[in-house]
Design a protein around this ligand. Structure first.
Ligand code: URA
Length: 251
């Protein structure tokens, strides 16, 4: 290797390392944490998981056959979800983008790379959580989902959550937050709060694509993720103190 090539290679490695450390830092990580045992439901036995797989396979077929809105005409793949069905944490984004449409997997593009780093910063691995979107098909040009598309797709997301039965849901961005909690809510106002979705604690945070455009918001996102982590690390959090709406819920 020539001196110039070696210097380029070192610069490339330094950039890659910096990007990785930036992701880990995300507003305050000082070490590499060990994945907590509580990431995956310890009671999820093989029979539960087999049942979940069966249900999700049926749902996947329905999504692939769905013609309830026009997005099926322009999609390459329907994107149902990714991760373990024994996950206690589900992340919900907006809709597949170009990379996701091509690969049939959520969050595999630039925003997905940041989401992966956010998950690692929480001390988890991507294969210990479940990731999906409000819409299962890509809106052309990545435009914002239309209300009728969200309405058509809502039963799929609802059933996905019923199948997985997560302990905590984290919505990524305004679209997912509004889809689950109500169109009148502002992500800027409610991010980081613990809300309730059908008895499941739900923490809204910024979408990774927004964080890529607004890196200064990463420190707030990190606070939100620490809240999610705290909920995951607690005991039985399905019914927080004060009933299913929880003490810190502010409707
Ligand atoms: N943005 C999303 O909301 N979802 C994806 O799957 C990818 C990017």
């Amino acid at each position: 290797m020539t001196q110039v090539n070696r210097s380029h290679e070192l610069q490339r490695m330094a950039r890659a390392l910096r990007a990785h450390v930036d992701g880990l830092r995300l507003g305050g990580v000082t070490g590499v944490p060990v994945a907590p045992e509580r990431a995956i439901d310890p009671e999820a036995n093989e029979r539960d998981v087999a049942w979940k797989e069966q249900q999700l396979a049926a749902l996947t077929q329905e999504v692939q056959r769905c013609r309830a809105c026009s997005l099926y005409r322009t999609r390459t793949h329907a994107v149902v979800g990714d991760g373990t069905l024994a996950a206690r944490l589900v992340f919900i984004g907006e809709a597949p983008g170009r990379d996701e449409d091509l690969q049939g997997k959520p969050f595999v593009g630039a925003a997905g790379q940041l989401l992966n780093r956010m998950i690692v910063a929480m001390g988890l691995r991507r294969d210990q959580v479940y990731i999906c979107n409000v819409l299962k098909d890509r809106p052309p040009g990545n435009r914002t989902p239309l209300p009728e598309e969200m309405e058509a797709c809502a039963p799929f997301l609802q059933r996905q959550l019923e199948i997985i039965q997560p302990a905590v849901v984290c919505t990524l961005g305004a679209v997912a937050t509004k889809a689950l909690l109500g169109a009148h809510l502002s992500i800027m106002k409610i991010r980081g709060e613990v809300r309730d979705f059908n008895g499941i604690p739900l923490v809204p945070t910024f979408h990774p694509a927004y964080l890529l455009r607004n890196p200064a918001a990463k420190k707030d996102a990190w606070k939100d993720l620490k809240r999610v982590k705290q909920l995951l690390d607690q005991g039985d959090i399905r019914e927080p103190e004060g009933g299913p709406h929880g003490a810190s819920v502010d409707h």
